[in-house]
Design a protein around this ligand. Structure first.
Ligand code: G6P
Length: 489
């Protein structure tokens, strides 16, 4: 057993709160990691570390965040052991694992991104994919090895009383692997994605489907962002694994695991504070100057297949076609930032987003009006600025674990924004009453919702945005974290 009783809380995730680069002078530079999982957890741990008022009881003590080194610069940083960079919110110390590059690549891109993400978001073009041949088997072995590297590091760092919080589909086997090494460990696993229903989960080879479910059931407590995802997981346990499911408790191999729903909100105060900084204010002024008195439909996403950006653009085109009065009076600011660009499906999708945006502009633009302003360079300050000036926020994923932008946009919007939200986003169960919910595949219905949103009186937009902010505050990251820790007491 380890002799480091200094980390009452251990967090494990593939991507950490920081990533490193190598500057011109050869020195390592740290920057904030991206994505919903990292931003939610970072904010929760920061509140925990600084003891801000919303800190919920039971969260106590300094955490250690264990993550994978994802680049050569990260690997160089990993050589220094546990690092506190000052870039990690609340300065949570970070331990980066230097997993052999080929193992990492096969586990991360081969399995997590190309198989598990696709399963949980129902993304396969099933007449052609998936194709589970020998290559898949090698990648799967690497995935198990990668999980084992995390399990070993966690056991090495954990004190007897440590609570171990494992995140997401990258690490579905790790709970069981930690349990095998340390039978008394207190382990929670949290899924930031949706969960597929059994009929779709069964696409996976039987042994793989079983290993994933069994791996997660090595935990004492499993968390999901929405009731639908928790229920789908339970259905898989019953139907695929044959486990005993009673309410939200699963008994398998002689142990019982509790399953709970912990929706993730936003630290409203610190988000609003961040938006007062000069960089955001400068972007806001520029966006205002660019748009004049036109209304703005804003979207902010990483370019994921699941985000449904192309159908969002198609709905905007449909609005301009069916309601010509909007031409020249509304612009669509679409921020679609790079993601997982080594995966061929993502490359093709990114290209399609650019192509459809260009086609719309070709069809409708006038000398003083650009219908679609597509920005692909990730800029956090500009994203916050766009949310502040949005009249309408369009969030139409095919499926999404939660979607924090659906909460952040209304929180930041200065005149209140109308939210057009996919009913397939986990956020719909937290704030859906205040949004215009759409079927993400229905382009005409999405165009109609955009029209309704553009016509919504400002007072009504403000009322709804305030209600969304209140709901998001009620599920603030610190509470979300505390609920998981409580699930382990
Ligand atoms: C988003 C998802 C998480 C996921 C993360 C990793 O944040 O909500 O569920 O863990 O992306 O994606 P990445 O591209 O950073 O590996």
């Amino acid at each position: 057993m380890s002799s480091h009783p200094r980390h009452p809380v251990l967090v494990a995730s593939n991507r950490g709160p920081v990533s490193f680069g190598i500057g011109d002078d050869g020195a390592l530079t740290a920057r904030r990691g991206g994505g919903g999982m990292v931003s939610g957890l970072s904010s929760a741990l920061a509140a925990n570390a600084t003891g801000r008022p919303q800190q919920a009881h039971g969260a106590g003590g300094p955490a250690l965040w264990v993550c994978a080194a994802m680049s050569d610069a990260d690997r160089a940083a990993a050589g220094h052991g546990v690092v506190a960079t000052g870039e990690s919110p609340g300065d949570v110390p970070v331990l980066m694992l230097d997993i052999p590059p080929a193992t990492f690549e096969a586990a991360y891109n081969g399995i997590a991104n190309s198989v598990l993400w696709f399963v949980q978001h129902l993304l396969f073009d099933t007449p052609n994919q998936p194709h589970f041949g020998p290559r898949f088997r090698t990648d799967w072995a690497a995935y198990a090895e990668y999980n084992a590297a995390f399990a070993a590091a966690l056991v090495e760092q954990a004190a007897e009383e440590s609570k171990i919080l494992i995140q997401d589909y990258h690490l579905a086997l790790a709970p069981r692997q930690v349990r095998d090494l340390r039978p008394e460990a207190r382990i929670a696993h949290f899924s930031h994605t949706p969960w597929a229903p059994p009929a779709y989960f069964r696409l996976l080879p039987d042994d793989v489907a079983t290993a994933l479910l069994d791996g997660m059931l090595g935990a004492d407590h499993l968390g999901f962002l929405a009731g639908r995802w928790a229920d789908a997981f339970l259905a898989c346990c019953a139907e695929v694994l044959g486990a005993e499911v009673a309410g939200r408790r699963v008994t398998y191999r002689g142990r019982t695991t509790t399953v709970a729903v912990h929706p993730l909100g936003v630290d409203v105060q610190s988000l609003r504070e961040r938006a007062t900084h000069d960089d955001v204010q400068a972007h806001k002024a520029a966006l205002r100057a660019q748009s004049g008195d036109r209304q703005l439909i804003v979207r902010v996403d990483r370019t994921e297949l699941s985000k449904n950006i192309v159908r969002g653009l198609a709905a905007f085109r449909e609005l301009l076609e069916s309601q010509p009065a909007w031409r020249g009076r509304v612009s669509h600011l679409a921020f679609a930032y790079p993601s997982r660009s080594s995966i061929p499906e993502y490359q093709a999708y990114t290209q399609k987003v650019g192509q459809v945006a260009a086609e719309i502009n070709e069809q409708f633009a006038t000398p003083d009006w650009t219908p679609v302003v597509l920005e692909v360079k990730d800029d956090y300050a500009r994203s916050l600025a766009a949310c502040s000036v949005a009249d309408v926020l369009l969030i139409n994923p095919i499926r999404d674990g939660m979607n924090l932008v659906a909460e952040e946009g209304p929180i930041l919007s200065e005149r209140g924004c109308a939210l057009v939200l996919s009913r397939e986003a986990g956020a719909a169960s937290l704030i859906g009453d205040e949004a215009l919910l759409v079927n993400p595949y229905d382009i005409c219905a999405t165009a109609t919702a955009l029209q309704e949103a553009l016509c919504m009186p400002v007072a009504e937009r403000r009322r709804r945005s305030a209600a969304i902010a209140a709901a998001a505050a009620g599920a603030a990251p610190a509470q979300w974290l505390a609920a998981q820790l409580e699930g382990l007491s």
